[in-house]
Design a protein around this ligand. Structure first.
Ligand SMILES: Nc1nc2c(ncn2[C@@H]2O[C@H](COP(=O)(O)OP(=O)(O)OP(=O)(O)O)[C@@H](O)[C@H]2O)c(=O)[nH]1
Ligand SMILES: [Mg+2]
Length: 307
């Protein structure tokens, strides 16, 4: 099954979380009644799929209430789907790429997929005729600059870069000037992967933000944190830490293709309620899609759960 853009459907990509949830949820298909033992099983499944305690409690409580309501028979799986929809809805805020150049700084810990996601987002927006400039502000890791430049070559996009070991704030400064001079719509800034415990690197990131603010008081317009979905609850700890230090506006979940922990999107939504711009479902440059709540829920629930 392929979608309009000829890529595998999200449902195909998310087999792991779905297979994981199916067993625990199959009871819900039998109708409008469920006992405490079955509710406990569902609760365990949701927790194990990294849905998180708060979102799991909310879903199970909703199912318990619905199952006690006699007189108006409802399919419990519909109740579950609707409550899931309510939890995720705040994450689906549409993105307005204004003003221009719209400056987006992409942050996160090492290896989560920041650089690849920048390339995928650039391609996504390029296909919508946006003019894009990339900034190689990861001057820390060896070969990070070349990695972004390779993507720039593949996508025929300008990449503003200095030498390795240089000051990322200076790169960002030049990139901003360049984006303005080129009349670009979007400036995507790649940053070095870092743990929140690496004080010096965190201070450097704060400086980068200050430099942008000096160039344009509204900039950066968006700090997007990339989170590796396969790290489950740990990804939420990363988001908490980055949010405290630099402020995070939005998130992107990567590596959903290889994990059963896709449920962490619910935990993220319940705790942060921030926009989740994209889902990454593979290493290819087209393996990215904007979050579509209905599609995501349809992809993790068993066949027949979605109308
Ligand atoms: N399966 C899968 N792999 C991904 C996805 N996104 C990124 N990757 C892979 O994850 C690895 C790391 O990606 P990078 O983009 O270099 O990650 P990064 O966060 O920029 O890494 P650092 O700059 O070293 O901190 C690469 O092998 C990517 O191909 C995804 O959605 N699914
Ligand atoms: Mg990188």
């Amino acid at each position: 099954m392929v979608d309009k853009q000829n890529k595998p459907s999200l449902r195909e990509r998310l087999t792991k979380p779905r297979n994981f949830l199916i067993k625990g949820l199959s009871d819900l298909f039998s109708g409008s009644d469920i006992d405490e033992q079955e509710l406990d099983d569902i609760e365990d499944r949701l927790i194990l799929a990294d849905v998180g305690v708060a979102a799991t409690d909310r879903l199970v409580e909703r199912l318990r209430k619905a199952s006690r309501q006699h007189g108006s028979p409802v399919r419990l799986v519909d109740v579950l789907r609707d409550e899931m929809q309510c939890i995720l809805e705040p994450c689906a805020t549409p993105l307005t790429l204004e003003p221009r150049p719209y400056v987006m700084v992409v942050v996160g810990v090492n290896g989560v997929g920041k650089t690849t996601t920048i390339a995928k987002m650039a391609r996504h927006w390029q296909q919508q005729e946006y003019k894009i400039v990339l900034a190689a502000a990861d001057t820390f890791r060896a070969a990070a600059i070349e990695q972004l430049q390779e993507w720039g070559d593949r996508l025929s996009l300008p990449v503003v870069a200095h030498r390795q070991g240089g000051d990322p704030a200076a790169v960002v400064h030049d990139a901003h000037q360049s984006a303005k001079a080129r009349n670009a719509d979007i400036l995507l800034i790649d940053t070095a992967g870092r743990q929140h415990t690496q004080g010096e690197l965190m201070t450097q990131l704060q400086k980068t933000m200050r430099v942008l603010k000096k160039l344009d008081t509204e900039s950066p317009h968006e700090v997007l944190q990339v989170l590796d979905a396969s790290t489950g609850q740990n990804a939420l700890a990363q988001l908490r830490a980055f949010n405290r230090t630099v402020g995070v506006d939005s998130a992107c979940l990567t590596k959903l293709d290889g994990t059963a922990k896709g449920g962490m999107l619910f935990a993220l939504a319940e705790e942060f309620g921030l926009p989740v711009r994209f889902l990454g479902t593979g290493e290819g440059m087209d393996d990215l899609r904007p979050l579509d709540v209905g599609q995501f829920i349809g992809a993790i629930l068993p066949n027949g759960a979605v109308n």
